[in-house]
Design a protein around this ligand. Structure first.
Ligand code: GDD
Ligand code: MN
Length: 381
């Protein structure tokens, strides 16, 4: 019976079908504008994985540099290769997850397309999983013999700092390089945590480990981070906000949307700005009502720019006129928020005469309204 099932693809299917059905190791490779790296990477993989039953799944987010044409040619020639083409979406973590979901290979590796991850580590990683010594093997730049290759000091220390704060969500799960994007995992182990993933941003490994049970057995193997020769890194300052959102989501995301927390943080900083302007204007001898109005306007304007930069970093409004329009809608939203704030607060005060409870409720309702309304009006997708 088992034999017959095994035989079927050989009789009816193509070689490609058979190979992908029986691959033991799937390598998921997210790509965005990596045209020149594809064929070099494939040569390296062929050499490093000789004799193994492997397949590679590229997940491309509509690259604009001809990567897809390159992938098409490669996939036509080589039945081990497949490509998922996602349209209208970006995101390293979600790309990786979709790649993993598209295969039933028992072992899955994730690696970058830009040759910065050492493909010679794949075979030893597979060996560790096959011998069932771990459920997850991570390529680490921190363990002895590992390293950052040619990264400058500044980038290294940023990475080290980011690694240190990841402890907040990792708790006591041991991992020296949770920000690594190079790892191999048992499909089964990955899938047991896949529904709890935050999928925010770039740090899929950290996301996965933070989302999985403490029983996950992890092994680290050292490697030297390579230098990018072709194309450019996609991680910019946005990656920092992205990372922050991942940490917040893993900490409190179950109860509060991470973006709302950023919005509130911006609001608090706006209160600071408000008080400074109020104090300055008041000392200039203008009337209180003028000073207060000036302070409110400055604070809301400041909040608009900060929210545009931080809270809605992925939907930033750009250009003079869109900015002006956005600012106007934000004023309107905040005006309604203020009215709701005062209305609710008065209502509650009228019920129980507690000034601080009424005040807090007003603020809460105002903040939730401002957040909800501005996210669908000012920063609509
Ligand atoms: N599909 C898809 N969508 N792929 C993407 C996207 C995206 O939005 N953004 C980046 N990629 C692909 C790139 O084409 C590359 O193959 C890989 O993901 C890593 O992107 P890089 O832009 O090269 O990132 P990096 O070198 O700065 O960061 C790497 O090092 C980090 C360690 O510090 C990545 O490996 C990270 O995962 C890793 O954490
Ligand atoms: Mn890279």
């Amino acid at each position: 019976m088992g034999r017959q099932t095994l035989m079927r693809p050989i009789q009816h299917g193509t070689l490609a079908r058979n190979e992908s059905l029986t691959a033991e190791l799937a390598i998921v490779i997210p790509t965005f504008n990596e045209r020149e790296n594809i064929h070099i990477l494939l040569e390296k993989l062929e050499a490093a994985l000789r004799g193994l039953r492997w397949e590679a799944i590229f997940v491309d987010d509509d690259s604009t540099d001809g990567t897809v044409a390159e992938l098409e040619e490669a996939c036509r020639e080589n039945p081990r290769l497949r490509c998922i083409r996602r349209l209208g979406r970006r995101g390293l973590s979600s790309a990786v997850v979709e790649g993993i979901q598209s295969t039933f290979a028992p072992y899955v590796a994730v690696m970058d397309a830009d040759l910065q991850h050492d493909e010679r580590l794949l075979a030893p990683m597979l060996e560790v999983l096959r011998r069932d010594e771990a459920d997850l093997v991570v390529g680490s730049r921190y363990s002895e013999e590992g390293g950052f290759g040619e990264w400058d000091r500044q980038r290294q220390s940023i990475s080290r700092f980011a690694t240190r704060i990841s402890r907040i969500i990792l708790k006591d799960r041991m991992l020296s390089d949770p920000l690594s994007g190079f790892f191999m995992v048992k499909q089964e182990a990955f899938n047991s945590a896949v529904r709890d993933l935050s999928l925010q941003g770039y740090k899929i490994l950290l996301d996965f480990v933070a989302s999985s049970s403490a029983a996950l057995r992890i092994r680290e193997l050292p490697y030297q981070f390579g230098t990018r020769m072709h194309g450019e890194s996609k991680l910019d300052t946005l990656a920092v906000v992205d990372y922050l959102l991942l940490l917040i989501d893993k900490l409190v995301g179950r109860w509060i949307p991470p973006r709302f927390i950023l919005f509130v943080a911006v609001g608090l900083s706006g209160t600071g700005l408000h008080m400074i302007v109020l104090a300055e204007a008041f000392h200039l001898n203008v009337s209180f009502i003028v000073a207060q109005t000036l302070a409110v306007l400055t604070a809301i304007t400041g909040n608009f720019f900060l929210n545009n930069w931080l809270t809605y970093f992925d939907r930033r409004i750009r250009g003079l006129f869109p900015m002006l329009f956005g600012l106007l809608t934000f004023y309107a939203v905040c005006l309604v928020g203020a009215v709701a704030n005062v209305g609710i607060a008065s209502f509650i005060f009228w019920q129980n005469y507690s000034w601080w409870l009424s005040g807090l409720c007003g603020i809460l309702v105002g903040a939730v309204w401002n957040y909800a309304a501005s996210s669908v009006i000012t920063w609509r997708k």
